[in-house]
Design a protein around this ligand. Structure first.
Ligand SMILES: [Ca+2]
Ligand SMILES: [Ca+2]
Ligand SMILES: [Ca+2]
Ligand SMILES: [Ca+2]
Length: 463
């Protein structure tokens, strides 16, 4: 498995190198911080769009660039934008930088700041779309890989996703695997900060990657922080054929997932927010109806489970809170993830939440990483369908999480094999939970670790 993982990385770098277009880059110089006109960033992007040749835009002035409307590069040739630490800011609820035709985008040494002040009570999606920080849309006929590379970049205070790369031809319903191009998505973040994004609508993340159809997600974050997003700090969604490769080094995921603030939404919950019933006891129409008068009714999920008789088995109303880092892989393909020397703290749901279904497994490694004060589990891995769970925990901490410290769940055919070494779990509900369901075997090895709050193993042999 390790070999397989390393070969995946090699492919990643080979493809990245292969992105270098053989066409020469033209260079355009930005000489004014003005919003428009000769020498402005907007004019450079428009000029690059018009000729559609690989372009390097160099910002040669210092100072803020205040924009009244979003910037767009609509070419398909690669574009690089190199700043001098400039802040590009707007008071409008717009997407600051949009690349709508799937060009490779490289941004260096720039900050992007929206108007801020968004919340469920001051939404950014009621009179139009919630503006994003940086957005790349991949057209339906794309192939190969689309690359987004950000270095020394900050994105903050936008209503929608901080950074969004979308290979999904149905903008409002990405749930079907077939609706996406053949292209895969490469995302490389180095020394990036995404802060206070996604508070203007539900389900808006610090970074969102939507990959549909054929193709994989390759995500690398080094020295990068996702702070205080309304949705997840990072959400990578992959479906159709293809894998998720995620490598996270010295990065931070804190205080994410609070758009549906309980301080606001608790008041709209029904008096009896959940219940369990015997058969023939509770009629479906006696369950409280959906919440309809809150600032954003999609924040309160209503789930009703019925007996085959049609009577209610259980119901629950739950406020939708989100995670530090959330990976969802569906259909063919696996998740390969490493997290090293990173911190996942004070997120409103899980710290780390990796879900895999269809064929394929999960191969995950946490090393020298800390998950603490997350509302639910510190680290959660869940695998369904054919495929294995392989987990390695080395010198990682899970402390004071509201759920379990480390969770590994494997279902259907396939095995579970988890090795924990020199780990610490304390102050959680349970330290380590391992579950192996249906066919296959389960094994957990724990060495020189301090698991204060116990191990819960279901059909797993603990050594
Ligand atoms: Ca695709
Ligand atoms: Ca795919
Ligand atoms: Ca899969
Ligand atoms: Ca399985």
């Amino acid at each position: 498995m390790k070999q397989r993982y390393l070969s995946g990385l090699a492919v990643c770098f080979a493809l990245t190198a292969g992105q270098a277009n053989t066409q020469p880059f033209q260079t355009l110089i930005v000489t004014t911080t003005a919003d428009s006109g000769a020498g402005s960033l907007r004019t450079a992007l428009n000029a690059a769009s018009a000729v559609n040749t690989p372009t390097r835009v160099l910002i040669a002035v210092e100072g803020d660039i205040v924009i009244a409307s979003g910037l767009t590069y609509d070419g398909t040739a690669p574009i690089e934008i190199a700043g001098r630490g400039n802040l590009i800011r707007t008071e409008e609820n717009v997407t600051l930088l949009l690349v709508p035709n799937g060009a490779d985008l490289t941004v260096t040494d720039l900050s992007f700041r929206g108007p801020g002040g968004f919340s469920a009570e001051n939404r950014g999606d009621l009179n139009g779309t919630a503006g994003k920080g940086i957005a790349v849309d991949v057209p339906a006929d794309a192939s190969g890989n689309v690359t987004l590379k950000l270095t020394d970049v900050t994105v903050s205070d936008v209503a929608g996703h901080g950074v969004h790369i979308s290979d999904c031809s149905l903008a409002h319903d990405c749930s079907q695997g077939r609706y996406g191009s053949a292209a895969g998505l490469n995302i490389m973040l180095t020394n990036v900060v995404v802060e206070n994004a996604g508070h203007g609508r539900i389900d808006a993340d610090g970074l969102r990657v939507d990959e549909r159809g054929d193709g994989s997600i390759r995500f690398t974050a080094i020295g990068t922080s996702f702070l205080g997003a309304g949705g997840d700090g990072v959400e990578l969604d992959e479906s159709g054929a293809g894998d998720i490769y995620a490598d996270v080094v010295r990065s931070t995921f804190t205080d994410n997932g609070s758009y549906c603030q309980p301080q606001i939404f608790d008041a709209f919950m029904p008096a009896a927010s959940k219940g369990e019933f015997r058969n023939n006891q509770m009629a479906e129409d006696a369950v409280p109806g959906p919440v309809i008068q809150s600032p954003d009714n999609t924040c309160i999920e209503r789930e009703v489970e019925l007996y085959s008789s049609g009577f209610v088995k259980s119901y629950a109303f739950v406020i939708d809170l989100e995670d530090g880092i959330d990976l969802d892989e569906a259909d063919d393909g696996s998740i390969y993830a490493t997290m090293f020397a990173s911190v996942i703290a004070s997120n409103l749901d899980q710290g780390v939440d990796f879900d895999e279904e269809g064929s394929g497994g999960i191969n995950v490694s946490y090393a020298a990483t800390q998950a603490r004060f997350n509302a639910d589990d510190g680290y959660k891995v869940s695998e369904e369908g054919a495929g294995d769970v392989i987990g390695r925990v080395d010198m990682a901490f899970a402390t004071d999480n509201g759920g379990t410290g480390f969770v590994f769940e494997e279902e259907d055919s396939g095995n579970l094999n988890v090795a924990v070494n020199a780990a610490t779990a304390l102050g959680n509900d349970v330290g380590i939970k391992v579950v192996q369901e249906n066919g296959g075997t389960g094994g957990l090895t724990v060495t020189t670790s301090d698991i204060d709050d116990g191990i819960d193993a279901e059909d797993v042999i603990v050594r």
